[in-house]
Design a binder for this molecule. Structure first.
Ligand code: GTQ
Length: 351
């Protein structure tokens, strides 16, 4: 009998394993197969938050909790697979924020990047680097890393938007920084519409030379984006997996809108059933208009406007328009992180 199988050796092994623990050491062979898996095994799971359930709780939060107490009045969308994290995926965070007429969400800055997609209400503003942008339903607003930002509502109805941040990623790489501004609101140094005029019209200031890692455009208004999609969808079927999927861009680089997050607006024509595929990178979808289903690893997740659905990395997913109208989805993902480190893979399943 080989020595390693004898009773004596099993006693020796027990002592050996105990001394490893005491020395902060561990045997790789015990975790190898569970760690170097043949394909990704995300801890986050597919999940859907329905607007009909979320909305009353958000308005209840607005009744019970003031903006001073909350700093940001947000209900976080918590992935059931990540009980220890404030996260929707292992890299991303999402929440629904509500701001009532007359309220101010004080100015601060942080190393996480943030994006917003307006869900309902008109007339709140986000101020970024001295410029206000007025928010309308469907507008896509960026708050890049370390820029001062505050929100306010000088209109007469509550305004709600979806927040997306890369906080779990920033925490995982221990790069979190946060600062309060000295005043509740930052001073305004640029007119409303300044960033769109400079960078959002197909030209750029020739007197500036900058190539930031994030888009200098603060707001991508819905009206223009939707009408672009409609024009394109007239003659274009787009991707077999995503239909007419348009990516919000950093116009100065042609790259992703934020260094860690990509964002998209997507048009699926009535009657269209797209093909299933999977890829690395997690995606968070928000229904904007129409009705559809995302099938994730064989499970159907029907969606209506303002429902949120998370598709984990490497989950097989397929889109379908189940209504009479175009189905429009907003989405954001961690693809820039995945691609920066050459970890992108994609696969379609032939039927
Ligand atoms: O609006 O600045 O959902 O700092 C989480 C953290 C929103 C914000 C969130 C934030 C914000």
């Amino acid at each position: 009998m080989a020595e390693h199988a004898s009773a004596e050796s099993s006693a020796q092994r027990r002592i050996f394993y105990e001394s490893l623990v005491q020395q902060q050491l561990g045997p790789l062979w015990e975790i190898y197969a569970n760690t170097l898996t043949s394909t990704p095994t995300p801890r986050d799971v597919a999940y859907r938050w329905q607007w009909k359930d979320l909305r009353p709780l958000l308005y209840e939060a607005a009744r019970l909790v003031g903006p001073e107490e909350a700093e940001r009045r947000v209900l976080m969308l918590l992935n059931p697979g990540l009980p220890a994290l404030s996260a929707i995926t292992q890299t991303l965070y999402a929440g629904m924020q509500i701001i009532l007429p007359g309220e101010v969400a004080r100015s601060h800055r942080h190393s996480p990047n943030a994006l917003r997609f307006v869900v309902e209400g008109t007339g709140a503003f986000t101020a970024v680097n001295g410029e206000r942008t007025i928010m309308h339903p469907g507008d896509f607003v960026t708050t890049p890393t370390w820029v001062w930002h505050d929100h306010g509502n000088e209109a007469d109805s509550p305004v709600v938007w979806l927040d997306g941040l890369d906080m779990p990623f920033v925490t995982a790489v221990s790069a979190m920084f946060y600062q309060k501004y000295s005043e509740p609101q930052q001073p305004l140094t640029r007119p409303v519409g300044d960033s769109l005029a400079r960078y959002g019209r197909g030209f750029r200031p020739a007197f500036e030379s900058k190539e930031p890692s994030y888009s200098p455009i603060i707001s991508y208004p819905y009206a223009a984006a939707r009408s672009a999609l409609e024009t394109i969808a007239d003659t274009e079927t787009g991707s077999p997996y995503d239909g007419v999927l348009m990516q919000y861009l950093n116009p100065l680089t042609g790259g992703s809108v934020l260094p860690t997050m990509d964002a998209f607006l997507q048009w699926i024509s009535p009657g269209r059933v797209l093909k299933a595929h999977r890829h690395t990178g997690a995606t968070i979808y928000l229904g904007v208009q129409g009705h559809g289903v995302i099938e994730i690893d064989g499970q159907p997740y029907p969606w209506e406007p303002h429902d949120v659905i998370v598709v984990p990395s490497w989950s097989l997913h397929r889109h379908q328009n189940t209504g009479q109208e175009p189905a429009i989805l907003f989405s954001f993902s961690d693809l820039p992180i995945i691609k920066a480190f050459s970890l992108y893979r994609e696969e379609s399943i032939s039927e």
